[in-house]
Design a protein around this ligand. Structure first.
Ligand SMILES: Nc1ncnc2c1ncn2[C@@H]1O[C@H](COP(=O)(O)OP(=O)(O)OP(=O)(O)O)[C@@H](O)[C@H]1O
Ligand SMILES: [Mg+2]
Length: 145
C-alpha cells in the first residue's frame, strides 16, 4: 500500500496506530490512512458505525467528514483534549460503555481487559463530553426491543 502514502507527503503525522497512520490536515481535521487491509476494514467500520448509530451515542463518536479510495482513507474532526485520568471520568466511561451496549453497539477497545480506560482511543470534546477517536473495532448489532 506504499503508493497511497504519497499524496500525504509533507503532512504532519500525529498518530501511528497498528492499522492506520493519522495525519494532521491543519484545518481542524485529521486523515486516517490505512496501512493494511485491517486499516481499510477499520475505516469502513467507523463509517458504518457512525451512520447507523442513534444521535445520543453518535455524539460520542469522532465526527467523520469524508472518505475515499474505497475506504483507504477517511477524514474526521481532530480532538485535542486529553481524557482525564480521574475516577470521575473512569465512571463516566463505564456509563458510556453501558449506553453503547443499550444502543446495540459493543464498544471494543475503550476499556482494557483489566477494565481500565484505553486512553489513546478517547478524547474530550470542547463541552467536556467523551468522544471516541478509534472505533474501528466496534460491533453494531442493532437496537434491542
Ligand atoms: N480524531 C483524532 N483526533 C486527534 N488524534 C487522533 C484522531 N484520530 C486518531 N488520532 C491519533 O492517532 C492515533 C492512531 O489512531 P487510531 O487509534 O485510530 O489508529 P489505529 O491504527 O486504529 O490504532 P490501534 O493501534 O489502536 O489499532 C491515536 O491514538 C491518536 O493519537
Ligand atoms: Mg487506537
Amino acid at each position: 500500500m506504499g503508493k497511497i502514502r504519497e499524496p500525504n507527503k509533507g503532512k504532519k503525522i500525529i498518530g501511528i496506530g497498528s492499522r492506520r497512520i493519522v495525519y494532521d490536515l491543519g484545518n481542524g481535521n485529521v486523515k486516517k490512512v490505512a496501512k493494511t487491509k485491517y486499516g481499510v476494514l477499520s475505516n469502513r467500520r467507523e463509517i458504518v458505525t457512525y451512520r447507523s448509530s442513534a444521535p445520543s451515542v453518535r455524539k460520542h463518536l469522532a465526527k467523520i467528514i469524508e472518505s475515499g479510495d474505497e475506504y483507504k482513507w477517511i477524514t474526521m474532526i481532530r480532538y485535542n483534549r486529553e481524557f482525564p485520568k480521574t475516577k470521575e471520568y473512569h465512571q463516566k466511561l463505564y456509563r458510556l460503555w453501558g449506553k453503547f451496549r443499550k444502543n446495540g453497539i459493543t464498544p471494543y477497545e475503550i476499556l482494557t481487559r483489566q477494565g481500565r480506560p484505553n486512553y489513546q482511543n478517547m478524547r474530550l470534546k470542547q463541552n467536556g463530553e467523551i468522544v471516541v477517536i478509534d472505533y474501528g473495532n466496534f460491533r453494531f448489532r442493532g437496537k434491542k426491543g
